[in-house]
Design a protein around this ligand. Structure first.
Ligand SMILES: [Zn+2]
Length: 576
């Protein structure tokens, strides 16, 4: 496999083939020279170049074919790009890498539609894991249980002996069986925690097995934490998948301080197991006030490696539309009089966020509803008033409903918008949840993106993996441009066509803007001399194919810090 690339489109030039090499040229000899390409640099003027030279971890040259020859020495590996498109490595600015162990190795309910399918999948797992003391998994969809969440009885039919817990696809709800409720001592008398929902049977008052938002924590202790080794196995599986999608930097948007999760990342960095650069946000608990900040500062100070830093502070300000918990300016259609839930008391939020800001944390807010986003911006403005203006680069992610008046405030307050363009489509969620819960008007004006660009806001795209599977940025790039499901051609299926953005904007949102949002614009996000050599080679020129074909493009090779960390294997088979 080592010389796989040679089989593809690599020509090794050696010095003897290049008469006239001088000592000066040998001095400049690069590790890699990539030439004859369409290198879309994403520099400040979006220039297109033909060639790059890489030495060690960095670009030492970006420019023309003729000039790059000076960097070719005896040991230089020269790649003839054959006019292929090269982009900076992608940056996913909001995802949950640490869920990878669960995603890859637990019971996976994604895409299962019927009760039988779900039960059979769990039975198969139990049959294959005879020693299992519990069953955990994720991936059921609220669209399949639209009015109330799923019932414990469905799980009880599989087992009343083993405790079970399944997170919803969006990670905001948990479905458990009777055994789990029993061990956690959740009965009809249990007081619902602030910011949570325990669903009850309307007749008996008994908990039905669906726990939403903070109420899901009530059963956490029933299941043991994952070991550091398990989590490392998960992160490795993520890296393998993400590098094939061209992702070279990812922001894990939710890590608990002093957890095995953080130990896993740190251990991987120390032992050279990281092949992606990670930034992360530490969870801030709405139940605790400013006393938690000291611990967050201490945790941040433990994670200062080049490839793993935890400079973000994650705040959940509301829930999700499907749970009726997103915080809205106008009430839900299906729950008259209900505006959803603000998960914090405003005073606590102001206190905690201004203290985080004072300690130079980058605040990363989960916000779905328009009212929630207004609150987040108010809180940032408050922190700025108390502490003065600084390069805080706070982030607000999801942004399903946004008040038009708030868009400019992002720019004024220097807040980055972190959308998930994968979701800009009329899918089952749209028809089964968003339209009935929000009404046609609001559902039709979800997920603004162009408005943010027009206002000069930094827009950095993301997947929210594993909420989004597969987290392939080329899919998001296509959907951001078309605002339609992949494969859809009916113009009436476009979700809010006014908010379509261009290919260039989509690429920026996954590269330089993501770098900026993560304080990395001096080291990655564009192809420029002195920056980390993080690049991808694509099999199609995205600028020459119709937008509906962008998602069919493939990453052939991914370089991270000057090393080939992914080479497409199908190319090796087909090439000779
Ligand atoms: Zn998330």
């Amino acid at each position: 496999m080592k010389n796989l690339l040679n089989n593809l489109f690599v020509i090794i030039f050696v010095a003897v083939l290049l008469p006239g090499c001088t000592n000066q040229q040998k001095l400049n000899s690069a590790d890699f020279v990539l030439m004859n390409g369409v290198i879309y640099t994403v520099d400040s003027v979006s220039s297109i170049k033909q060639a790059v030279a890489i030495t060690g971890r960095k670009f030492v040259f970006v420019g023309s074919n003729s000039e790059v020859k000076a960097f070719i020495g005896e040991q230089t590996k020269v790649i003839d790009l054959q006019e292929k498109l090269v982009l900076p490595g992608f940056i996913d600015s909001h995802c949950h890498v640490i869920s990878s162990y669960r995603y890859f190795f637990e019971v996976n309910l994604y895409g299962l539609k019927t009760t039988e399918e779900i039960q059979n999948k769990i039975r198969e797992y139990i049959a294959a894991n005879k020693d299992a003391k519990y069953v955990k998994g994720r991936g059921w969809s609220n669209t399949d249980f639209p009015k109330t969440g799923p019932d414990k009885k469905i799980l009880d039919e599989v087992s009343t002996e083993l405790p079970m817990s399944f997170s919803s696809e969006d990670g905001h709800s948990r479905w458990v069986n009777s055994k789990t409720l029993e061990i956690a001592n959740i009965t009809k008398k249990t007081i619902t925690p602030d910011g949570g929902i325990i669903e009850h049977d309307k007749k008996t008052g008994e908990p039905t097995g669906t726990l939403r938002e903070n109420a899901a924590d009530l059963v956490s202790k029933v299941f043991p934490d994952y070991s550091v080794d398990q989590l490392i196995t998960g992160i490795k599986a993520y890296q393998k998948m993400a590098l094939a999608f061209g992702i070279t930097t990812a922001h894990d948007a939710y890590l608990d301080s002093w957890s095995n999760e953080i130990t896993a990342f740190r251990k991987m960095e120390k032992e050279n197991m990281l092949s992606i650069r990670f930034r992360a946000s530490l969870y801030v608990d709405s139940e605790k006030e400013t006393e938690q900040i000291n611990l967050l500062v201490k945790e941040r100070n433990r994670n200062t490696g080049e490839l793993f830093k935890t400079n973000g502070a994650k705040i959940f300000i509301d829930g999700v539309v499907e749970g009726g918990t997103a915080y809205l300016k106008q009430p839900y259609k299906h729950l008259p009089g209900s505006y959803g839930k603000l998960l914090w008391k405003i005073d606590d939020l102001n206190k905690v966020c201004s203290e985080l800001d004072k300690n130079k944390f980058q605040i990363h807010v989960h916000s779905i509803g328009d009212a929630a986003t207004s609150v987040a911006l108010d809180v940032f403005a408050y922190a700025e008033k108390i502490n003065g203006k600084r390069e805080s680069r706070n982030m607000i992610t999801h942004l399903q409903l946004v008040s038009p008046d708030d868009i400019l405030r992002f720019k004024e307050l220097g807040v980055a918008a972190i959308p998930q363009p994968y979701w800009f489509q009329k899918d089952d969620y749209y028809y089964n949840i968003q339209v009935p819960y929000l009404g046609q008007q609001r559902a039709g004006e979800e997920y603004p993106m162009k408005s943010f660009f027009d206002a000069g806001v930094v827009v950095a795209s993301s997947s929210d993996y594993p909420v989004t599977i597969p987290c392939n940025p080329l899919r998001a790039i296509q959907i951001g441009i078309t605002r339609e499901k992949i494969g859809e051609t009916n113009p009436s299926e476009v979700l809010w066509g006014d908010e379509k953005v261009t290919l260039k904007q989509m690429i920026r949102s996954f590269t330089i803007n993501g770098a900026y949002a993560n304080f990395l614009e001096n080291s990655t996000g564009s192809i420029e001399k002195g920056k980390s050599a993080d690049i991808i080679i694509l099999n199609k020129n995205l600028f020459e194919v119709p937008p509906a074909e962008i998602s069919t493009a493939k990453v052939l090779t991914t370089f991270f810090r000057g090393k080939e960390v992914y080479v497409d294997s199908s190319m090796a088979v087909s090439s000779k």
